[in-house]
Design a protein around this ligand. Structure first.
Ligand SMILES: [Zn+2]
Length: 280
């Protein structure tokens, strides 16, 4: 039996914000991880087991990025959250994935994006896909309130669609810039706003920068007639990106990528923040 409100546990505050928007007063949402953290390296904690044990719905990142969640589900022994049970929600399921490897991965090109790029919440339109996924699953477990879930998801979609127009207009000012990042965190963001992805300081996802690789990138950026923006997620080292930017006369940005960090309170607020910082 599902209680009221429905207890939703999410892996991060991004999904928590979307789930709150869709569930409204009918749900109580808690996140396992707060703020801008490297989702590739999360250590499960006993307090997480407590949350997972009493959850009706668990919203996870998927794409083999959160094996720690499998451990939590097992330890918590909550059958509502077992794979493909009514409370199991892999938010990546309906996302059109970017950078899916076409060949077998042998580890030489990095091994942490083995099912494609998992940083998919950084395209605001993917937020709509996730919201509709949450709507459908809430309707399955709580059909009595389906009108509310539909209405809330529709409102979320309208807000995001409207905001997307403004964000896209603002981003026109950096349309010709070269965007460099430390890690391939921004692939979906670049895709959403049609930005020029000029590469990463990391050699491959999860493989640290080498001097040779950095020097080659510097040469390429110095030759370019367009301005360069080094866009680095907060949880990656500041120093490498900053010194790269200094040496190439580029702009250096060290930004949060998640709700719950830098005063970002909602999923839409995440993009307000990012676009304000990038176009400032
Ligand atoms: Zn990654």
């Amino acid at each position: 039996m599902i209680g009221a409100p429905i207890e939703i546990v999410t892996v991060n505050d991004n999904f928590a914000s979307i789930a709150s928007a869709v569930g409204g007063d009918l749900v109580n949402v808690q996140s396992l991880v707060h703020g801008s953290r490297d989702m590739h390296n999360i250590q499960p904690k006993p307090s997480m087991v407590v949350k997972v044990r009493s959850a009706d719905v668990l919203i996870r990142l998927g794409m083999s990025q959160d094996a720690w969640v499998d451990g939590l589900i097992q330890v918590a022994r909550n059958p509502r959250l077992f794979y493909n049970a009514s409370g199991y929600l892999d938010a990546s399921q309906r996302i059109k994935k970017l950078e899916v490897p076409t060949e077998d991965i042998d580890g030489s090109q990095g091994d942490i994006h083995q099912e494609g790029n998992p940083h998919y919440w950084l395209n605001p339109l993917n937020g709509i896909i996730i919201a509709n996924h949450i709507r459908d699953q809430l309707i399955t477990i709580d059909p009595t309130h389906q009108a509310s879930y539909k209405k809330n998801a529709q409102a979320f979609q309208e807000t995001m669609t409207k905001k997307m127009v403004g964000w896209t207009q603002k981003m026109a000012s950096v349309q010709s810039s070269n965007f460099l990042s430390y890690h391939k965190v921004w692939a979906y963001f670049f895709d959403a706003f049609r930005l020029n992805d000029a590469g990463t300081l990391e050699l491959f996802p999860g493989v640290p920068p080498t001097i040779k690789h950095i020097d080659q990138l510097k040469t390429t950026m110095k030759r370019s007639a367009q301005p360069t923006i080094v866009l680095t997620a907060r949880f990656y080292p500041r120093k490498v990106g900053e010194s790269f930017a200094n040496d190439t006369d580029a702009t250096f940005l060290h930004l949060s990528t998640d709700v719950g960090a830098s005063g970002i309170e909602t999923y839409a607020g995440l993009f307000d923040y990012l676009i304000e910082e990038i176009t400032r």
